[in-house]
Design a protein around this ligand. Structure first.
Ligand SMILES: O=C(O)C1=N[C@H](C(=O)O)C[C@H](O)C1
Length: 318
């Protein structure tokens, strides 16, 4: 049976897979520090560095290390940092995990191996080996449409028995499978959705939170959806969610994170919207829609003030 390490807090609430700012081809540490300081003031429970949104596959080892060090140094509160690590060679990935032992991160987000399409037994043994290579908590990441292989619920439940397999970032895009997992998961195994447009639905099914690139924008409002549900205010949650659903779709209208970076650039949080190839910047048409939405939301923010307020302290997280 799973033993929950007292040091491993349950992972819940709104987590942000932070973009990696670039300027003139290099890691932009000034923008990174500005971003981290900004999100330290928002109701987020943690940051994930070098995940999909962080364009991890374009970072070299030195840049990833600098990214982590700079983000950790910029924190103005004890905001947990998780590191995205991916790979399709179990031995090399375990070595990468060990190499980050002294880095200032609290845990890892690790997707299924991509391209090679292993069996469920292969997936189980892969993650068992990784769990054995660190004492830190690991969030599994099931995103079959990116990796080419699904981690099935039976495999997830077997892995959930390991003490440092702390939970799942769920991007299976099948609400029935997600609900089946939520019904059968052991205590202490967190499930957070990584499907931005499904955030409200996942919370209603019992998910613990979300890891959402779209929450770079309107962060407080994303957090408020969950807080309203926790407070039993279903109508308030839905009222807050409707405009966020449209925003999430807009920010994913073209391959992510180009739109998120455009938004952050236009709102002054990063100095450049640069992405690294093979990702490309937003099209002129999407840039126009994003700019119009940024302007429109200036007005929307006022409308939110008129919604019934949440219980005291609720917006800060559970
Ligand atoms: O950065 C991530 O990791 C995220 N993954 C999902 C994806 O791969 O598209 C989306 C989520 O918002 C962030």
């Amino acid at each position: 049976m799973r033993e929950i390490d007292e040091n491993h807090r349950a992972i819940a609430g709104l987590w942000l897979p932070l973009v990696t700012p670039f300027r003139d081809g290099a890691l932009d540490e000034a923008s990174l520090a500005r971003l981290v300081r900004h999100y330290c003031e928002q109701p987020v429970e943690g940051l994930i560095l070098a995940a999909t949104t962080g364009e991890a596959l374009t970072l070299d080892a030195g840049e990833t290390e600098r990214l982590v060090a700079a983000a950790a140094a910029a924190r103005t509160r004890a905001l947990p940092l998780f590191l995205g690590l991916s790979g399709s060679d179990t031995r090399r990935l375990a070595a990468k995990l060990e190499a980050t032992e002294a880095w200032p991160v609290e845990g890892y987000l690790i997707p299924a191996p991509y391209y090679v399409r292993p069996s469920q037994e292969g997936l189980r043994r892969h993650f068992e080996a990784l769990a054995g290579a660190t004492d830190r908590p690991i969030l599994l990441y099931n995103i079959p449409y990116r990796t080419g292989v699904a981690i099935e619920n039976e495999t997830l439940l077997a892995l959930a028995e390991l003490p440092n397999i702390a939970g799942l970032k769920d991007c299976c895009r099948d609400p029935q499978l997600s609900f089946d997992l939520l019904c059968r998961r052991p205590a202490g195994f967190s499930v957070l959705t990584g499907e931005d447009a499904l955030f409200h639905g996942a919370l209603c099914q019992g998910a613990d939170g979300g890891i959402l690139a779209a929450a770079h924008a309107e962060t407080r409002l994303f957090a408020a959806v969950r807080q309203a549900l926790l407070a039993g205010d279903r109508a308030g949650a839905l009222a807050r969610w409707r405009p966020l659903f449209e925003l999430a779709r807009l920010l994913f209208a073209e391959p992510s994170p180009a739109a998120v970076k455009h938004w952050l650039w236009r709102t002054g949080l990063i100095d450049s919207p640069e992405v690294r190839l093979p990702m490309t910047g937003v099209s002129p048409a999407l840039a126009g829609r994003l700019d119009a939405e940024i302007v429109r939301r200036g007005t929307l923010a006022a409308a939110y003030q008129r919604l019934p307020s949440l219980p005291r302290g609720a917006e800060r997280g559970a």
